[in-house]
Each structure stands twice: as C-alpha cells, then as structure tokens.
Design a binder for this molecule. Structure first.
Ligand SMILES: O=C(O)CCC(=O)C(=O)O
Length: 278
C-alpha cells in the first residue's frame, strides 16, 4: 500500500484536497484506537472531543502518526522535502446519545431521533464545524498550510464527515465572522458568511478508518453534526514548509509551541524562537 505521489500532487493542486488515501494497516489502526480509548477513560469524552491539542508532545504513539511514512509521502509530495509540523488535534464527535447536556439537551436528542437526517444537520446545539478556511486561523505567510484528517473511525455522512468545496483554495482568503449557530467546534468560533459559501458545490469526503484526506489551508470546508450512533474520531495534523513564518496579528496573538521538523531540514528557524524554554 503506497502513496502515488504524482497523482496526489496533481489532484491536490487542481482540487485543493485529496481524499481516501490509505495510511494505517489494520494493526496500526487497532493500536491507535486502543491508545485513544485509554485517553477517553483517563480524561472523559467531554475532554477528548476537542481538547486533545498538541498531545504529540506527550505521547509517542501520537507523534508516530504525525511521522507515519505514508502520511509524509503525501505531505512531501505537496510541500516539498522540508516540512514542519505546526499543530495537531483530535476532533471527535460522539454518538448523539452520548453527547453531554452542554452540547445538546436531552430534548433535542430525543427529537432528533424522530427526525429526518436532513433536518438533524441543522439542529441547534449539536457540535458541528462551520464553513471556514484554516488559513484564517493560522495567520502565516511564506508558504501554504496542509491539513491532514486521519480517520480513527469510519467517517460518513451520518456521523458528520468532512465536506469541502473543490477549487476554493484558489479564491483567496474570504471574510470570516463569529458563527451564528450554536455548537461550532472551532476554537475562535469563526465562519464564512453563508452568502459567500457555494454549498451546492460541496462534496462529502467519507473515509474508512485508517484512511486520510488532505486539504489546503485556503480550501473552504465544514462538517455537520453527528446524528448517528457511531463515533467519528479524526486526528487533524497541520504541516507547513519550513519557509513559512508566523504573521503577527494584534487582534489574535499566537504562539507556536509544539512545532517539530518532521522531514528534511529547517534552514530558516522561523518557529524555533516561539518554543518555551525547557
Ligand atoms: O473534523 C472536522 O469536522 C473539521 C476539521 C477541520 O476543520 C480541519 O481539519 O481543518
């Protein structure tokens, strides 16, 4: 099972994303799922839904996913040989029956179970990810950001798989505002106003557990709530070429304290001064 680097690069440049790239063997997938289950037991699901941020600094198995040879084969095909890990986070949408009252009231859940899926996708309160571009959040220049979405569970329409609008990586950075609908999982609650999102062009990126999709930092993407009884856990990894550098935004000061060179060499050291003293 290898990655066709030329195909990945061509598709990525054309569409802004590539999906269904096989990464983990059945044994590797099982190990990752077991290790994640241990974190769920230790921290609880309210925490593991979105707060496992940059835990590659703590757990070798997480760093191993980031440095997985097949992941890096695809990433270096797109970014070239010198690559820096910027950030990582698990994003886990739990089955509708397990979501806590802070995320959705029991009344909403009970009503959801009787409603059609199309209605459920618009239910207020259930965790979802609003339409956005990753670049808006990162504030970088000097190179693109590539995001990996590595599936630990099958990710389908009913449990809120990623959706993308192909080609939007060529549209530049769109305006963002605070999301109007409750439940947006994004850290700063950003969203692109709906009149600027061509939702009729959106495509779902379903993945089997162990596969990944990759998308450009300017690609417009989102995901609906999990209205099923199946967990949807993904590991999101952001990579940049070592030539990229942080842009200071006085409205949103940022620190990059979890970076690491994962391929090639870093002759720039743009991020190294941002690391805390050990
Ligand atoms: O996990 C999701 O549903 C959204 C992930 C996302 O926005 C991203 O990978 O950039």
């Amino acid at each position: 099972m290898g990655v066709d680097r030329a195909e990945v690069k061509t598709l990525y440049e054309k569409q802004g994303y590539v999906t269904s790239i096989p990464i983990l063997s059945p044994e590797e997938l099982q190990q990752a799922r077991d290790a994640f289950a241990e974190l769920e037991r230790k921290f609880g699901e309210d925490y593991t839904s979105y707060s496992l941020h940059n835990v590659h600094m703590k757990y070798d198995w997480v760093m191993a996913l980031i440095k997985h040879p097949r992941v890096l084969e695809a990433i270096t095909a797109v970014l070239g040989p010198d690559v820096l890990l910027l950030d990582s986070r698990f994003i886990c949408k739990y089955p509708v029956s397990k979501q806590s009252k802070t995320q959705a009231s029991n009344d909403i859940i009970a009503r959801n179970q009787e409603k059609k899926e199309s209605d459920q996708a618009n239910e207020p309160g259930l965790p979802y990810v609003a339409w956005h571009q990753d670049m808006k959040y990162w504030g970088l220049d000097g190179g693109p950001v590539v995001s990996v979405w590595l599936a630990l569970d099958d990710s389908q329409e009913e449990n809120g798989a990623l959706q993308v609008i192909p080609g939007t990586h060529c549209s530049g950075l769109l305006p963002h505002r605070h999301a109007k609908r409750q439940g947006n999982m994004l850290t700063v609650n950003q969203e692109i106003p709906e009149e600027l999102v061509e939702k009729d062009k959106a495509l779902l990126c379903p993945l089997l557990a162990g596969q990944m999709s990759i998308h450009d930092g300017l690609l417009v993407h989102a995901s609906d709530p999990n209205t099923s009884e199946k967990r949807r856990c993904g590991f999101v990894i952001r990579y940049v070429p070592t030539a990229a550098y942080p842009v200071q935004d006085p409205e949103r000061p940022r620190s990059f304290h979890a970076t690491a060179v994962v391929s090639g060499h870093d002759k720039y050291n743009h991020f190294s001064s941002k690391k805390p003293e050990l």
